[in-house]
Design a protein. Structure first.
Length: 366
């Protein structure tokens, strides 16, 4: 049995994601032509041999349930352990949202008490990266730290928390809204199950909700905090602009090589689509196109998900077009994000801007 258990927080609310989170949480937003954001963290755990993973959810989780199912596509469908979906709510007031990770952990305390493994890794489902979780656990054990915090060499988009790190990897300070100095927090932590339960009990008893404020900052002088420096590609998605910019980065071969390394494959729900059909006279330039599509028009500098139909005479450029969307003849689509099952009727011209892309909501007919 592997020594590490995974807990993924997948209840994030973000108004700046606009229509993209009307029917889902950020963590289950489609990404990279055939994946969901949570696939990256879940796959990172599975690739390291983590066979028991709990997903903490709160609301708008139907999309997450539909995508993850029993966990079969990640080899997590098991009679004992495997994938566990954990809808939860604050114990003090189930009608409101979680005020922080410690409150969310307190809501699933009974689940944590039944964990069989010695160590627990806590992570966000909306962090897009491909982490070597086994290496992180090995360094945690070697360092003798109470908590190992994964960080980037510099602050990444949307993240204001930084760690000041000594030469031996010890975290000397945790800074909120810091400058460019220090390492950017990736909000991924490894610790023992025993310590985690002690922290939950202490924070719950003092009505402390924030892991960052109550544990990392409040207990930094009594706990040994160690930094694991992750130098690979990492992206946090907190707004429509973030989603668009980070998605467009996938058109760079170096970013794809870092995220989709053969040694640590990213798994997702299988749909078993046929190969994409490219019609006579169709044109595709510098684009990422998934399987199951019908491309008869022109696609340039775009990301096209499974089952999309671009009709003859349609022009799609600098766009993200999600699953099963139909773009009819004569359409011009530029700097737009079309959610799932959108229909754009003949002759329409829809244009956003690279800094403010147009978002077309799920099931829309334009």
């Amino acid at each position: 049995m592997n020594r590490m258990h995974g807990i993924i927080f997948a209840y994030g609310k973000c108004e700046k994601m606009q229509g993209l989170v009307e029917h889902r949480v950020v963590d289950s937003t489609p990404y990279a032509a055939r994946y969901r954001m949570i696939d990256f963290m879940l796959s990172s755990m599975v690739n390291a041999g983590v066979m028991d993973v709990g997903i903490v959810m709160q609301d708008k989780y139907q999309s997450m349930l539909d995508h993850l199912g029993s966990g079969k596509d990640w080899d997590l469908s098991r009679k004992h352990g495997g994938l566990r979906l954990l809808p939860a709510a604050p114990k003090s007031d189930p009608s409101r949202g979680f005020r922080g990770k410690m409150e969310a952990l307190a809501a699933i305390e009974s689940y944590i008490q039944r964990i069989r493994q010695e160590y627990v890794i806590l992570a966000n489902g909306a962090l897009v990266c491909n982490m070597p979780m086994g290496d992180i656990l090995d360094e945690h054990i070697r360092s003798g730290a109470d908590i190992t915090c994964v960080c980037a060499p510099r602050r990444i988009n949307g993240q204001s928390t930084t760690y000041l790190v000594a030469g031996d990897g010890t975290i000397t300070d945790v800074v909120s809204r810091g400058g460019e100095e220090g390492c950017g927090a990736l909000e991924t932590y490894v610790m023992s199950k025993k310590l985690l339960l002690e922290l939950i009990a202490e924070c719950d008893g003092h009505n402390e909700c924030s892991f960052h404020r109550a544990v990392l900052q409040g207990m930094k002088d009594r706990l040994k905090l160690h930094a694991y420096l992750f130098t690979g590609y990492a992206a946090r998605i907190l707004s429509v602009a973030d989603y668009y910019e980070r998605s467009m980065e996938l058109l760079r071969s170096d970013v794809r090589r870092d995220l989709f390394t053969p040694e640590r494959p990213i798994r997702t729900k299988d749909r078993s689509d046929a190969s994409t059909y490219y019609g006579p006279g169709s044109k595709c330039i510098s684009s990422l196109i998934s399987d199951g599509c019908i491309i008869e028009g022109e696609v340039e500098n775009s990301i096209i998900f499974r089952g999309v139909h671009v009709a003859k005479g349609a022009k799609v450029s600098d766009c993200i077009v999600m699953q099963d969307t139909v773009i009819h003849s004569g359409v011009t689509l530029k700097y737009a994000i079309a959610d799932k099952n959108v229909t754009i009727t003949e002759g329409r011209t829809l244009m956003g801007h690279s800094s403010y892309p147009l978002v077309i909501s799920k099931f829309s007919v334009v």
